[in-house]
Design a protein around this ligand. Structure first.
Ligand SMILES: Nc1nc2c(ncn2[C@@H]2O[C@H](COP(=O)(O)OP(=O)(O)O)[C@@H](O)[C@H]2O)c(=O)[nH]1
Ligand SMILES: [Mg+2]
Length: 226
């Protein structure tokens, strides 16, 4: 089965090289979306054999994933992983195995499947739970880590995703799209590191409220469309 790893990246020169090299152990190709980085992300990714889509300015994670998923026809398995080193590429096999054996169409890597992750600050965990609950109520899903960027997708189902949100609302939106199309969603446990440089580009509170508003608006649009 042919597989590709997509890495959305904004100024990730510190970690992206290692992620590309490790990802190539488990996948046929790597595609980096350099979304207006001002550091050496593009150069490093190109040198290490990744394909790179370069945005001259920052267009957002949703736009980046739309562009990336537009390039994956012919792949049986598509993986997304963060470019900042928080995710471990050595865990890619546990995400893609359920796609390989047909038991899932979307595999969501969750840091909370086994209960608590002591390293997440409490106020962040509360915010994330609010987004998980909002996602689950509006989409009918039952996930424990709705904002995870470490996922695997069945290549045959890519047309289900519409990529309406340009930014960080995209993680919940993709779960909602999968649920709307009755795709099989499965979670597997992942580890997430917090001791890496640039582990987050977002202010957690405004970011969380922004995503929550997007989840609600998305639900209203889906309801009207029916
Ligand atoms: N394409 C794109 N990627 C982004 C953008 N902002 C962050 N990223 C990447 O998305 C991933 C997750 O972002 P991050 O800020 O670490 O999110 P967090 O760890 O969930 O707080 C990382 O690989 C970032 O480089 C953006 O505006 N566009
Ligand atoms: Mg991060």
């Amino acid at each position: 089965m042919k597989s590709i790893v997509i890495i959305p990246a904004l100024n990730e020169e510190a970690a992206i090289g290692d992620i590309i090299e490790k990802s190539l152990k488990y996948a046929d190709d790597v595609l980096v979306i350099d979304d207006g980085s001002t550091d050496n992300t593009f150069k490093i990714a190109s040198q290490l054999g990744a394909r790179v889509i370069k945005h001259d300015t920052n267009l957002g994670k949703g736009v980046s994933l739309r562009d990336a998923f537009g390039e994956v026809s012919g792949y049986d398995i598509v993986v997304t992983i963060d470019g900042d080193g928080q995710h471990n590429p050595d865990e890619i096999p546990s995400l893609i195995n359920p796609i390989r054996d047909g038991s899932a169409d979307l595999v969501n890597g969750s840091r909370y499947l086994d209960g608590f992750d002591d390293e997440t600050p409490a106020y962040r965990r509360v915010g994330q739970r609010v987004l998980d609950i909002a996602t689950n109520i509006t989409s009918g899903t039952n996930v424990t880590d709705s904002q995870s960027g470490f996922r695997a997708f069945n290549g045959k189902t890519i047309s289900c995703y519409r990529f309406r949100d340009t930014g960080f609302g995209i993680e919940s939106e993709m779960l909602a799209d999968a649920a709307e199309h009755n795709l099989k969603i499965l979670e597997v446990p992942i580890t997430v590191r917090y001791d890496v440089e640039n582990s987050s580009t977002k202010g957690p509170v405004t970011h969380g409220v922004g995503v929550l508003i997007k989840i609600v608006i998305d639900k209203i649009i889906r309801t009207i469309r029916r």
